[in-house]
Design a binder for this molecule. Structure first.
Ligand SMILES: [Mn+2]
Length: 212
């Protein structure tokens, strides 16, 4: 004879059955160079609070999260008076860790994601395999080296930290454009869309090998 708990008799489902828990993860990381708190919610696009102290980077993260429909809160402080390099890289690391944690805690995802996004003169593409094989291919030749005070070469550090720590294969291609701001922004929007697609819930591990 089956035994039922009080909770089941009251109609409360045990966690893990029926409606899955919203995927909501937090990661904190502090080093001598940076201090970062990040919360990622994959099943809601609210709230968005992004404060890194680097305005153009905030703008890029906001574009990524908004167009990916990701709930993202980032509070980051760091030695940006030296160079935003550490901070941009470490936000990539922590965001990657959050994506990995979401899969660890909440189960398998669709794996593949792809988006191509235009912005006026620019066209940028992002392709993801969230398949536990970390790799970054990043192709971009920007016509201007800076967006405001931000050296756009730093975006590579964000993408690398993200790819290695989420353990994803990430291909990014800022295909063409005349304006660096547009090329970067289109790329970040494409990244957000590709993440949203790759991290859709899936009921089992998507691999012919049975594991990733
Ligand atoms: Mn813009």
């Amino acid at each position: 004879m089956n035994q039922t708990t009080d909770e089941e008799q009251q109609g409360v489902r045990p966690v893990g059955e029926g409606v899955p828990a919203a995927r909501d993860v937090q990661v904190e990381r502090s080093t001598k160079e940076t201090e970062i708190r990040l919360r990622l919610q994959l099943d809601t696009d609210q709230p968005l609070t992004i404060e890194t102290g680097v305005p153009f980077f905030d703008h890029m993260l906001h574009a990524m999260a908004f167009h990916g429909g990701l709930g993202l809160e980032v509070q980051a402080r760091g030695d940006i008076e030296v160079d935003p390099h550490h901070l941009v890289e470490d936000v990539g690391i922590v965001f990657g860790q959050a994506l990995a944690k979401a899969v660890d805690q909440h189960g398998p995802v669709a794996r593949y994601g792809h988006a191509v996004i235009p912005m006026d003169d620019a066209l940028s593409e992002a392709t993801i395999d969230a398949g536990n094989r970390p790799y970054l291919v990043y192709r971009a030749e920007y016509p201007q080296p800076y967006c405001g005070a931000f050296a756009v070469e730093l975006l590579r550090e964000f993408f690398h930290g993200l790819a290695m720590n989420a353990a994803i294969n990430l291909h990014l291609d800022a295909r063409y454009g005349a304006n660096t701001h547009h090329m970067c922004e289109a790329l970040m929007k494409a990244l957000g869309r590709a993440i949203a697609q790759a991290y859709r819930r899936h009921d089992r591990v998507r691999s012919t090998k049975g594991s990733l």
